[in-house]
Design a protein around this ligand. Structure first.
Ligand SMILES: [Zn+2]
Length: 429
């Protein structure tokens, strides 16, 4: 079947394209792009007043499958992704059991094709059981289709193991994604260490824990020549270390989340467990450094770190609550509200961070709108005003720090391989 996406503002940063053009889709691919295309036999998708972007890609999602399906599974998580405008998501391996072997990687890829509403990519663990002792089957997992390697959830404490992981992963031209927080400094901390934690009497997770972890990982990446991707950067020191490393030619890239850009530790004062996340929401000076880092190319991509938990797990005292919250269905709205509508970033810049750049970094299909490319497309209404109501979420994890917040900007349609799978917030498959 042919489809014609007509009348929109098409933005594809990979081609420096920002123009009023139409797109014809056939057999899951883009076949034609140009002004005023007439194609009477095609089904029309009216994009008047909308931005037409390459499908959004999220490289940091916890789908919780296998083993933790009370929090999320492929079915629910991928529908949350579709609702949020994502066409490709990559799932982290801190599941039960941990995704640390080729059988699990290929099983999840197969399950993703069967049950997933969007493209599901799999990230394999660096160490067996994510215990930080012995390397996992990195080569086998990459052959089975793993797109990156990570012990996300915690740092790889053992420098020798991290070195081996980098050397081994580098041989396959893949990247290690590091959750950079030095263990001993954050052991009992529940929020950013600073004036607010002191006032609340809460144990802190100091920014220096992140700086130390990032510094060591950069040194090992530089020493081995392998590539490193720093997950959810949140500290000013980490931004500066990554900036300097990039200037030296170290193969380091980095990501940042909407929550670390839009919120601060002051938001924790109400002890709302939806504000608890690792690394923690930091103070304003760190947020300013993150925005600068995103602007000057130090930080490469935006990710959600979608980390859903069951309601009863989050419905406890702050210090006992698990860290993380749902992000797929609020990410674009938060980013457009905090970055675009404040005049700090343009739409092409944001689409680069959320689609073109992650596709290029991790060698994924999509991320661009050109004839021959897969027809993964997101239609965005940048001015649509809406209020976050977690009762409407597709994810099982209803906790969100943005509950009740008014946002401006929303994905209004998601097209995966030419199929219209979400329209006006409703997932159709
Ligand atoms: Zn993490």
């Amino acid at each position: 079947m042919k489809r014609l996406v007509k009348g929109g503002r098409v933005i594809s940063p990979a081609q420096n394209l920002d123009a009023s053009v139409d797109i014809v889709i056939e057999d899951g691919k883009i076949v034609q792009i140009g002004p005023d295309i007439m194609c009477p036999e095609a089904e029309l998708i009216d994009a008047a007043g909308l931005v037409v972007a390459p499908g959004l890609i999220d490289m940091h999602v916890h789908l919780r499958e296998p083993g933790l399906e009370a929090k999320e599974d492929i079915y629910s998580g991928s529908r949350a992704a579709a609702a949020g405008g994502f066409t490709t998501i990559a799932c982290m391996p801190n599941t039960k059991p941990v995704i640390d072997n080729a059988i699990l990687v290929s099983g999840l890829i197969r399950q993703g094709k069967l049950e997933g509403a969007v493209n599901i990519k799999v990230i394999g663990a660096l160490s067996k059981g994510q215990e930080g002792k012995e390397l996992a089957e990195i080569g086998d997992m990459i052959y089975a289709g793993a797109v990156a390697i990570s012990d996300d959830g915690h740092w790889v404490n053992n420098a020798k193991l991290m070195r081996l992981g980098l050397e081994y992963t580098g041989m396959f031209h893949k990247t290690i994604i590091s959750h950079a927080e030095e263990d001993s400094l954050v052991a009992e901390g529940v929020m950013h260490e600073g004036a607010v934690s002191a006032m609340l009497g809460m144990k802190g997770r100091p920014a220096v824990a992140e700086d130390i972890a990032v510094a060591r990982d950069i040194m090992l990446a530089e020493y081995t020549g392998a590539s490193l991707h720093v997950a959810h950067v949140s500290s000013r020191g980490a931004v500066e270390l990554i900036r300097q490393a990039k200037q030296r030619g170290v193969k380091v890239t980095a990501e940042v989340t909407p929550q670390h850009l839009a919120l601060t530790d002051a938001d924790v004062t109400g002890f709302n467990t939806a504000m608890k996340v690792n690394p923690p929401l930091r103070s304003r000076d760190h947020v300013e450094a993150l925005l600068e880092g995103l602007k000057d190319g130090t930080l490469d991509i935006l990710v959600t770190d979608h980390a859903p938990h069951a309601f009863e797990e989050k419905d406890v005292e702050f210090r006992y609550a698990p860290s993380g919250f749902a992000g797929l269905e609020t990410s674009l709205g938060v980013i457009l509200t905090a970055l675009y509508h404040t005049g700090q970033f343009t739409l092409p810049e944001i689409i680069r961070f959320m689609s073109a750049r992650p596709a290029a970094l991790f060698g994924l299909d999509g991320g661009q709108l050109i004839p021959g490319a897969v027809a993964d497309i997101t239609l965005i209404d940048p001015d649509r005003e809406w209020t976050v109501d977690s009762r409407n979420f597709y994810t099982k994890g209803k906790a969100t720090p943005f509950e009740g917040k008014k946002l401006k900007g929303k994905a209004v349609a998601t097209i995966v391989a030419g199929n219209l799978i979400m329209q006006n917030g409703e997932v159709k498959i």
